[in-house]
Design a protein. Structure first.
Length: 184
């Protein structure tokens, strides 16, 4: 069985530790699991129902929806901005929640993980992302969590993909996503 997981990174910064964490997920994905990093969240316009018109959806939003439709599950990487998820990640969730009733996100298994500088590793932001995904129609995989604190110091000299604890955490998340996908 092969599982295709679409990864959305909520940080647009070039040196983002969450992007590095996503790269680590790609590197350490087990056999039978393909992680596809979605590029282009910065190009998706803020959700506006006036521009969400069939046949005229902005190209970046249409590409996000198409990539989600082709995936078996989603893995969101969220830093914490002022105690919540970044706007770019919330915007992606909003686009994926429409059209109502037939959205690309509908009943799709979704895990939310991430890293942040604070002592809790972005837990508040990740909880907010899970809440938004669940309301938007995705199937939140409750046990598939990984919150890594102290990102600025922890990853100052070590890439997340070279951190044994991070790799172990990613492995557990992969197992839970695969299990949720096979149950769906």
């Amino acid at each position: 069985m092969s599982v295709r997981i679409l990864a959305l990174v909520g940080s647009l910064r070039a040196g983002s530790h969450n992007r590095q964490l996503a790269d680590a997920a790609v590197k350490h994905a087990p056999e039978g699991v393909e992680i596809v990093l979605h590029e282009g969240l910065a190009d998706v316009p803020y959700y506006n129902e006036d521009i969400d018109v069939e046949g005229n959806v902005p190209a970046a939003a249409a590409a996000l929806r198409a990539a989600t439709a082709q995936a078996d599950a989603l893995l969101l990487f969220s830093p914490e901005y002022n105690g919540t998820m970044p706007a770019v990640l919330k915007n992606a969730i909003d686009w994926l929640s429409r059209p109502y009733g037939v959205a690309a996100l509908k009943e799709k298994p979704v895990a939310v993980i991430g890293t942040a500088f604070g002592q809790f590793g972005g837990v508040w932001a990740q909880d907010e992302a899970r809440k938004a995904v669940g309301i938007a129609g995705g199937h939140v995989i409750e046990g598939a969590t990984l919150s890594i604190p102290g990102s600025v110091t922890r990853f100052a000299e070590t890439h997340p993909g070279d951190d044994a604890e991070v790799v172990d955490g990613l492995t557990k998340v992969f197992e839970q996503i695969v299990q949720a996908d096979s149950a769906a």
